[in-house]
Design a protein around this ligand. Structure first.
Ligand code: ADP
Ligand code: TZD
Ligand code: MG
Length: 596
C-alpha cells in the first residue's frame, strides 16, 4: 500500500498503473516516497491549481490516470467523458463562458487526436482552451521503433492550434502551464497544445523542490490600448455616416463588453445586428435590434462597425450583397485580421473593452449625422417581418415540423431567459437561431465558425459546469449522433441539462432516396422511428417522447424546472427540413441536379 500525503491522495491501484506505464516505456522508476517525494503529475496538478484552473475535462488511461486523481486531490474538478472530442468541446465552451482557458486532458495517440479535433475547433472559433496530453517516450517515437501509443503529437498538433509546447522534464511543467495559459488567452484567444512526456509525468522530485517551482504569473490579461489616431478615425467615420450599423460578434461576448455595447448603441442610436453567438449581448427585442433586417444592412449601410466579428463566410466575406461603396470600421484584437477579405477603412486594434471605452469617449466630441429615416425604416421593416415570422411558428402541425416544434420551445425558453441554449444541426440550427430570442449574453453556444456537428453534449457539460446554470440543447437527430454517448456524462454528473432531439429521420430530412437500385438507406437517411428517449433511460435520465407542440411544451417546461438530466425525443415529420438548411447555396451541386 502506497503512502500518500493529504494533498495528493492516489489509490494504490492507480499508482500501480503508473508503474506499469513506466514499464511499458522502458523508463521504470521507483515509486516516490510520499509525502517527501512527488511526481511530475503532482507538479502538473499544482501548477494548474496555482494559475487558477478549477476544472479539467478529460478521459484517463496511461499515462495520465494519476494526474487526474492528484488533480481531484488538489480540489480541481475532474469531469470524465466517454470521448475526448466531447471533453474538448466542454473545455472550449468553458473557455467561451469564462474567458479563462478550459482544460482538456487526454492520453497519448488516439486520445490525443480525438481531443485535437476540439482544440482545432477552439482555435478556429477563438475560444481559449488548453489541451494537455501525455505522450510516450521520445526516443522510440523519433526512431519509429513502434512504442506504446507512439505518435509525434507535438508536430501533429502544430498546424491546427494557436501554439504548441512540449515538456520533457518535470522541472519545466510549471513553465509549460504558464506559457500555454498565456498563449490561450493573449491576443486572439485560441486552442493551445501542451505535450508532456511519460518520463516527465513519472519523474520523481522532492516535494519541496516541486513546490518551489510553482509560479503565479503577473498580469495575465493586460489591457491592449488602441492607438488614439485609430480611435479618432473610427469615431469620425461612424459620426459622419448617414446609414450606419453596428455588427456585434462572439468576440464581444467573450470580451464581456455587453455594458459598453449597450452604451455605444444607445448613445449613438445606431441599429445593431448580432451574429449567432452574439445574440443576447443586447436583447434580441431591443428597439435598435436589426436582427430581422440583415439584407438591408448589407445592401444599404454606408458605414458598418464590426465589434469582435470577422468578415468571414458567415458574412459573405464582405462581398456578395454588401454595398460596394460601404465603409468598414473593425474593432479587433488581432491586427492580422484586418483587410483579410475586404478593405477596412478604419481598423481599431486593441482589446474590445479599451477600444469601446475610447470610442465612446470620443463620441462626446462629434455630432452624429445619421439619417433618422434609416432607423425608423429598419424598425418598420423589423416589425412587419417579425409579425410574419411569428405566424410561421403558430400552426400546431402534427407530425411536427421544425417550426411547429420551435413554436413550443420558444414559449418555454423565452420564459426562462437564463437557460443557456446549445444548438446544432442544419435546419435544426438555422430555424432555432431564427426562432428563439436571446436576452442575456453568452447564453447561446452553437457549431459556430466551422459549422461542425459534434459539439452538443460536450458544450452542454462545459456550459453547465462553468456557469452552474441550466442548459437546454436543441439537436438535430444527426447532430446528436456525433456526441450522444456523452449524454451519460450529463447524467453521471447530474447536471441541469435537457437535451431535445429533433428527429426528422435524417441529415436534413428523412426522405432521401438512393439514386441507384440499392436496398441500402440513402446517404442522408437515418431512422425516423428511432426512440432517442430510450437512450436517456439507460443512464437514468427523465425522458419524454413527444409528438405534438403541446406535449413538447409541457415536457420542456417540466424538464427545465426539474434541473435534472432530461432527454426529449421530439418526433418530427420525415419531410420536415430542406437539404443543407439555410446554406444549400454552398453545395457544389444541388442534390436535385444529380438526379438528371
Ligand atoms: P462571429 O462568428 O460571431 O462573427 P468571430 O469568431 O468571427 O465572431 O470573430 C470574433 C473576433 O473577435 C475575432 O476576430 C477575435 O480576434 C476577436 N476578439 C476576441 N476576443 C477579443 C477581445 N477581447 N478584444 C478584441 N477582439 C477580440
Ligand atoms: N460532419 C461534421 C463533423 N460536420 C458537419 N457539418 C457535417 C458532417 C455535415 N453536416 C452538416 O453540415 S449539418 C449535418 C451534417 C451531417 C446534420 C444535419 O442533420 P440534423 O439536422 O439531423 O442534425 P436537420 O434538422 O435534419 O437539418
Ligand atoms: Mg435531422
Amino acid at each position: 500500500m502506497l503512502e500518500t500525503n493529504n494533498t495528493s491522495a492516489v489509490p494504490s491501484g492507480a499508482a500501480k498503473a503508473g508503474q506499469e506505464a513506466g514499464a511499458a516505456c522502458s523508463c521504470q522508476k521507483p515509486a516516490p516516497h510520499f509525502p517527501e517525494q512527488v511526481t511530475g503529475m503532482y507538479v502538473l496538478a499544482r501548477a494548474l491549481k496555482t494559475i487558477g484552473i478549477d476544472t479539467i475535462y478529460g478521459l484517463v488511461g496511461i499515462p495520465i490516470t494519476e494526474a487526474a486523481y492528484i488533480a481531484q486531490g488538489q480540489g480541481i474538478r475532474f469531469v470524465g467523458f466517454r470521448h475526448e472530442q466531447q471533453a474538448g468541446m466542454a473545455a472550449a465552451t468553458h473557455g467561451f463562458m469564462t474567458g479563462k482557458p478550459g482544460v482538456l486532458m487526454t492520453v497519448s495517440s488516439l486520445g490525443f487526436m480525438n481531443g485535437l479535433t476540439a482544440t482545432a475547433n477552439a482555435t478556429v472559433n477563438c475560444y481559449p482552451m488548453i489541451q494537455i496530453s501525455g505522450s510516450s517516450v521520445r526516443e522510440p517515437i523519433d526512431l519509429l521503433q513502434g512504442t506504446y501509443e507512439g505518435l509525434d503529437q507535438l508536430n501533429v498538433a502544430k498546424p491546427v492550434v494557436k501554439a504548441a509546447y512540449r515538456v520533457n522534464r518535470a522541472e519545466d511543467i510549471p513553465t509549460g502551464v504558464v506559457r500555454a495559459y498565456r498563449a490561450a488567452i493573449s491576443g486572439r484567444p485560441g486552442g493551445v497544445y501542451l505535450d508532456i512526456t511519460t518520463p516527465a509525468l513519472g519523474q520523481v522530485l522532492d516535494h519541496d523542490v516541486a513546490e518551489a517551482l510553482l509560479q503565479m504569473p503577473v498580469d495575465l490579461a493586460p489591457s491592449m490600448i488602441p492607438a488614439p489616431e485609430s480611435v479618432d478615425r473610427a469615431v469620425k467615420m461612424l459620426a459622419s455616416a448617414k446609414k450606419p450599423a453596428i455588427l456585434v460578434g462572439k468576440g464581444a461576448a467573450q470580451a464581456r463588453v455587453e455594458d459598453l455595447v449597450k452604451t455605444l448603441v444607445e448613445k449613438t442610436g445606431v441599429p445593431f445586428y448580432p451574429m449567432s453567438m452574439a445574440k443576447g449581448i443586447l436583447p434580441d427585442n431591443h428597439p435598435l435590434s436589426a436582427i430581422s433586417a440583415r439584407s438591408t444592412i448589407m445592401e444599404d449601410a454606408d458605414v458598418v462597425m464590426l465589434v469582435g466579428a470577422r468578415l468571414n463566410w458567415l458574412l459573405s466575406r464582405g462581398h456578395g450583397k454588401w454595398n460596394k461603396e460601404g465603409k468598414f470600421i473593425q474593432l479587433d484584437i488581432d491586427p492580422e485580421e484586418i483587410d483579410s477579405n475586404r478593405h477596412i477603412d478604419a481598423p481599431v486594434i486593441g482589446d474590445l473593452r479599451s477600444s469601446l471605452e475610447a470610442i465612446i469617449a470620443g463620441l462626446d466630441n462629434v455630432k452624429m449625422e445619421m439619417d433618422p429615416a434609416w432607423v425608423s425604416g429598419i424598425q418598420n421593416e423589423s416589425k412587419v417581418k417579425n409579425a410574419k415570422f411569428l405566424e410561421r411558428l403558430q400552426p400546431k402541425t402534427v407530425p411536427m415540423t421544425h417550426w411547429s416544434a420551435l413554436g413550443a420551445a420558444k414559449k418555454v425558453l423565452e420564459a426562462n431567459p437564463d437557460v443557456i441554449l446549445v444548438n446544432e444541426g442544419a435546419n435544426t440550427l438555422d430555424d432555432t437561431r431564427d426562432s428563439i430570442d436571446m436576452f442575456l449574453p453568452r447564453h447561446r453556444v452553437d457549431c459556430a465558425t466551422w459549422a461542425i456537428m459534434g459539439m452538443g453534449m460536450g458544450s452542454c457539460v462545459g456550459a453547465a459546469v462553468a456557469t452552474g446554470k441550466s442548459v437546454v440543447a436543441i439537436e438535430g437527430d444527426s447532430a446528436f449522433g456525433f456526441s450522444g454517448m456523452d449524454f451519460s456524462t450529463i447524467c453521471r454528473f447530474n447536471l441541469p441539462v435537457t437535451v431535445c432531439v429533433f428527429n426528422n429521420g435524417g441529415i436534413y430530412n428523412g426522405i432521401g432516396e438512393p439514386l441507384d437500385k440499392t436496398t441500402d438507406p440513402a446517404p442522408t437517411t437515418l431512422d425516423i422511428n428511432a426512440r432517442y428517449d430510450k437512450l436517456g433511460e439507460a443512464f437514468g435520465a427523465k425522458t419524454y417522447y413527444v409528438t405534438t407542440p403541446d406535449e413538447f411544451q409541457a415536457a420542456l417546461t417540466e424538464a427545465v424546472a426539474s434541473k435534472k438530466p432530461c432527454l426529449i425525443d421530439v418526433q418530427l415529420a420525415a419531410d420536415a427540413g430542406k437539404e443543407s438548411g439555410h446554406i444549400g447555396y454552398l453545395n457544389p451541386t444541388p442534390l436535385i441536379d444529380i438526379t438528371v
